[in-house]
Design a protein around this ligand. Structure first.
Ligand code: PHE
Length: 375
């Protein structure tokens, strides 16, 4: 009989129904008394580990006769389950009390007054983005966003800039990887890919602005490798260049808080618009603000725009014979510099507290059209 030695091993352990119960209450007592995760782990190993007391008992099951096993099996499994459940419950308790102790230790008195040196301010770029959202919301534009890590297709190809197009060289692109063209990712060089994402995701009529960060490998007093643009896109039936002009005039007047403005549309070239226009704002060197035809004495270039190219509309799955529209792209940092009189772009991103204090805005001055966008 092969099971004879095991049965005697079982006998040596002096198993009686009482001693299994005693063992169980013994282990459960140790679990309850364990006051740290380490102590609990020691109890677990002593009971359930490779040479633990419960494990040793479970091993004896293999050597029993069917009759013995039908009595001892449920009893020993019951023991194992009770110990396992008690270990898990105690673990949760210990973790909760460790967390509570930590929360109590890290308690902060938030009723203490903030030290003046820690008071933050709204960065001019954030302020201008809020102003843009406020102005364009009033004209019925929603705010759209897109990823800063883009793919070739959204950043270039869908915008009618094929692989061999010289315009690719105009953008000093940061590529993320060496994958073949068409599949590689890059840091978006403009906010125009949001045009594509918006047209693919929703049906016309579309009226959106898309403010955000863009990246080009360029750095001097007026260029930083990361800067901000706002894209505008309108797609509908019967949209014309006149609609673009009115929208831009209304925007410039509201943004610079002037009653009159004069715009100059210069023919230009962007692969994704046809016709393309660069827009200059008539500026008065006396008030240092945009001005009407009588007072403006110089032109400042502020944005690129045009009628969305039929190929771009078709690339997004829309019928260019039914839908057309306009788009514009504008540097937000430059808008902030013009409006708030800053002449160097680099300190925008230096995180110098003195600069931020001087040029920043109070978090409580939320731009509103009624209160003035730069109130
Ligand atoms: N994406 C262009 C740029 O970065 C700007 C632009 C946007 C021009 C939309 C026309 C229409 O220079």
């Amino acid at each position: 009989m092969t099971d004879a030695p095991s049965v005697s091993a079982f006998a040596k352990l002096d198993r009686t129904p009482m001693s299994t119960d005693t063992l169980q209450s013994d282990i459960l007592g140790q679990i309850a008394a364990a006051s740290s995760p380490e102590a609990l782990e020691a109890v677990r190993v002593a009971a359930m580990g490779k040479s633990g007391s419960v494990t040793a008992l479970l091993k004896t099951l293999g050597g029993m006769t069917p009759e013995q096993r039908s009595v001892e099996g449920p009893r020993l499994n019951g023991l194992r389950e009770a110990v396992t459940a008690a270990l898990a419950a105690r673990k949760v308790e210990l973790e909760a009390s460790a967390l509570n102790a930590r929360l109590a230790a890290e308690r902060q008195d938030i009723t203490l007054p903030v030290a003046p040196a820690l008071t933050g301010s709204i960065h001019p770029v954030s302020q201008v983005m809020d102003e843009l959202a406020e102005i364009f919301a009033d004209l019925g534009f929603a705010v759209a966003t897109g990823p800063e890590i883009e793919d070739d297709w959204h950043n270039f190809s869908a915008l009618n800039i094929p692989e061999t197009h010289p315009a690719r060289a105009m953008h000093d692109t940061f590529y993320m990887d060496q994958s073949p063209p068409g599949t590689r990712t890059l840091l978006r060089t403009h906010t125009s890919p949001v045009q594509i994402r918006t047209m693919m995701a929703q049906k016309p009529p579309i009226r959106i602005i898309a403010p955000g960060r863009v990246y080009r490998s360029d750095s001097d007093a007026t260029h930083t490798p990361m800067f901000h643009q706002v894209e505008g896109l309108v797609i509908d039936r019967n949209v014309t260049l006149a609609n673009l002009r009115w929208t831009l005039e209304t925007f410039i007047k509201a943004f610079f808080e002037v009653d009159d403005v004069t715009l100059r549309f210069r023919p230009s070239y962007f692969p994704f618009t046809e016709p393309s226009v660069e827009v200059d704002v008539g500026y008065s060197s006396q008030t240092n603000k945009p001005a009407g035809a009588g007072e403006a004495d110089k032109w400042l270039e502020v944005l690129g725009s045009g009628m969305v190219h039929p190929r771009v509309i078709a690339a997004c799955g829309l019928d260019p014979d039914v839908y057309q529209g306009f788009a514009f792209g504008c540097g937000i940092d430059r808008l902030a510099m013009l409006k708030y009189g800053m002449n160097d772009l680099r300190p925008f991103f230096d995180a110098d507290l003195r600069w931020l204090k001087h040029h920043g805005f109070s978090a409580f001055d939320v731009p509103t059209l009624s209160g003035g966008v730069s109130a």
